[in-house]
Design a binder for this molecule. Structure first.
Ligand code: SAM
Length: 217
């Protein structure tokens, strides 16, 4: 059940689009082709949230970004736009079916030297990463968010940021009695974050909810 006050009306959505910089043509094509070629295309970050991710990354201006859940590469391109010169974004995806598609768009976006694609489960890959990150974007399997968070938290610099997508899960995150496994995963994550005093946090209720977490210095 969607929570009424959270539902975006067509009019509001159009207003937000009208007042946001138009979509980059490469991202527009990526989004369209994702909808033609892949199942669950709604997983791709769209224009509004993509622009928000780009702005957040530009504000942080990170040297190293880690993304969990590449899918077809929309959010990776948006986040990589904010990297410092010489900076890198590592993006991890467990499903290898999209890797050549996303790579072709990283090339078209001129990001091939900035984005490092790794195929595998984030839980297996993250422990082997030896650098620290200024910015982490969690957008993998909703049932695994708490695992991802526990694995990345020591790899984020003091003052660094973790962003987590789908924090409202279509409103189900507010229904404490739900048995939906993905909603339960998000609820566990939200509870863990709520009581973690080593961080500061705020939720932006755009699209499906974006949690912004900052590790205290
Ligand atoms: C919501 S989609 C990511 C959307 C992407 N960030 C974008 O903007 O288009 C989630 C992705 O996480 C991947 N995934 C699920 N579990 C994973 C895991 N344990 N490690 C890495 N990727 C995972 C899925 O295969 C799926 O492609």
């Amino acid at each position: 059940m969607t929570i009424e006050y959270y539902r975006m009306t067509k009019k509001l959505e159009q207003f937000l689009h009208d007042h946001t910089t138009p979509e980059d043509p490469v991202l527009e094509d990526l989004f369209r082709q994702t909808h033609i070629r892949f199942v669950n295309p709604n997983m791709a970050t769209g224009h509004l949230q993509g622009k928000l991710l780009e702005f957040l990354s530009l504000m942080v201006n990170p040297k190293n970004i880690l993304e969990i859940g590449t899918f077809t590469g929309y959010s990776a391109i948006c986040l990589a736009k904010g990297l410092k010169a010489g900076g890198k974004l590592i993006t991890i995806e467990s499903n290898d079916e999209m890797s050549s598609f996303s790579h072709s768009y990283f090339l078209r976006a001129g990001m091939e030297s900035k984005i490092i694609q790794i195929t595998g489960r984030a839980q297996d890959i993250i422990p082997s990463l030896d650098q620290m990150f200024d910015l982490v974007y969690i957008d993998g399997d909703k049932r695994e968010y708490t695992e991802y968070y526990r694995l990345v938290t020591d790899k984020v610099i003091p003052g660094g940021f973790i962003l987590a997508d789908n924090i409202l899960w279509g409103g189900k995150a507010l229904e404490t009695e739900t048995t939906d496994p993905q909603a339960r995963g998000i609820i566990s994550f939200n509870e863990m974050i709520r009581y973690d005093t080593s961080i500061e946090k705020v939720i932006i209720p755009l699209r499906d909810g974006l949690m912004l977490i900052r590790k205290r210095q």
